[in-house]
Design a protein around this ligand. Structure first.
Ligand code: SF4
Length: 370
């Protein structure tokens, strides 16, 4: 059976199987039709599953308040996987003026999982928040915090821990050191924070995540139900996107742990170009075979870059079709996609520079409060 472990999963072979085994609901056309507009992840079925997303759709339709909860482990700069989650947060925020974002800088997890000292986390946090702003977050409707400074999530983490046994945590996450289980409890506090009385109490909350994060969602939903008598929690909803592979291709998740196969938003344009040029493709052994049989975009890391991150639907379809029909060779195709990505990166990094001060001020204000 496929085990979903947020700290070590590499690759999901069969999303349909996952849907079946973990009882994830499929994002249907009926749901998509109810949304005022779709971002490319929804349009292209990269977001494939959900739990209780209809609650959020209803809130959008009825102009009711809802929260979007997410966060980042500040252990490095944003890579393309972090970009997907950030763009999902921003999309869900843009769906309604009644939406508010809660964004946790998971410095406790960065320490427990990666041994990153808290002062180092702060440097990454500034960079991560600058990315979030540059990608389009509306700061007026956002609450950003550091886990170590947000006593409400720490208190709730301890409080809800009473509802759990070590055996249960082990069955969800596998065998980990104690700090990782404590991290999981703090994340329960994070996910429920938008429903804290200080933030107006129970409300529909959506957590947009890669499917590898589902264990946190299931655990939090169980605890939300367990303690609903006391807090009247609404179990948090979630939407799941497919995982971005590393540039090594299917079988490898894009992760900061493997920098050479991971594209980050802080890569120099030259490095990004080189990484894409060296990426795994779905090309055939020879150009002749490629022309005869066509390529395999479904296993190509370069095509996946276009599919996940290129805005123009028409262009993405064209790449796919030309590849399948043998009208594209990998060398030229990689060059074309790398050039597009490099241009994006240059514009993006220029824009991000102007947001660094704003991000620094946000993090300084958080740390100065305590
Ligand atoms: Fe991938 Fe392009 Fe090669 Fe097709 S032609 S396999 S999309 S690099």
């Amino acid at each position: 059976m496929q085990i979903l472990d947020p700290w070590s999963i590499a690759y999901v072979e069969d999303y349909n199987r996952l849907i079946e085994v973990f009882g994830i609901d499929v994002i249907t056309e009926d749901i998509l039709k109810q949304l005022p507009f779709l971002n490319r992840y929804f349009r292209r079925k990269i977001v494939f599953g959900h739990r209780d997303f209809q609650l959020i759709v209803n809130a959008v339709k009825n102009n009711k308040e809802y929260a979007i909860m997410s966060g980042i482990k500040p252990s490095s700069t944003y890579h393309l996987g972090s970009k997907i989650t950030a763009e999902q947060i921003i999309y869900l925020q843009q769906l309604s003026s009644k939406a508010r974002v809660f964004y946790a800088i998971a410095d406790i997890e960065a320490w427990e999982d990666n041994g990153i000292p808290f002062d180092k986390s702060i440097e990454y946090a500034v960079d991560n928040v600058a990315d979030l702003i540059t990608l389009g977050l509306d700061l007026k409707r956002a609450y950003i915090y550091l886990q170590t400074k947000e006593s409400r999530v720490l208190r709730w983490g301890y409080f809800f821990a009473r509802g759990l046994s070590r055996n249960l945590l082990e069955s969800i996450y596998g065998e980990k050191h104690l700090g990782m289980y404590m991290t999981a409890m703090v994340q329960v506090g994070d996910i429920l924070l938008p429903q804290h009385p200080d933030f107006g109490g129970p409300k529909p909350t959506i957590v947009p995540v890669g499917v590898d994060q589902d264990p946190h969602i299931r655990l939090t939903r169980d605890l939300a139900r367990k303690y609903s008598g006391k807090f009247k929690f609404i179990p948090p909803a979630s939407v799941y996107h497919k995982l971005q592979w590393s540039l090594k291709g299917p079988g490898y998740k894009m992760s900061k742990r493997d920098p050479m196969s991971c594209l980050t938003l802080s890569d120099t344009p030259e490095d990004a170009y080189l990484k894409i040029k060296n990426a795994f493709t779905g090309g055939r052994e020879t150009a002749e075979l490629q022309r005869k049989l066509g390529g395999k975009p479904e296993i190509c890391a370069v095509y996946q870059l276009a599919l996940y991150h290129m805005e123009d639907d028409r262009k993405v379809r064209q790449i796919y079709e030309e590849c399948k029909r043998g009208l594209r060779l990998c060398g030229e195709c990689k060059h074309e996609i790398a050039e597009i990505f490099v241009k994006f990166l240059k514009d993006y990094q220029h824009k991000k520079k102007s947001n660094m001060e704003k991000a620094r001020k946000i993090i300084e204000d958080i740390t100065a409060k305590y």
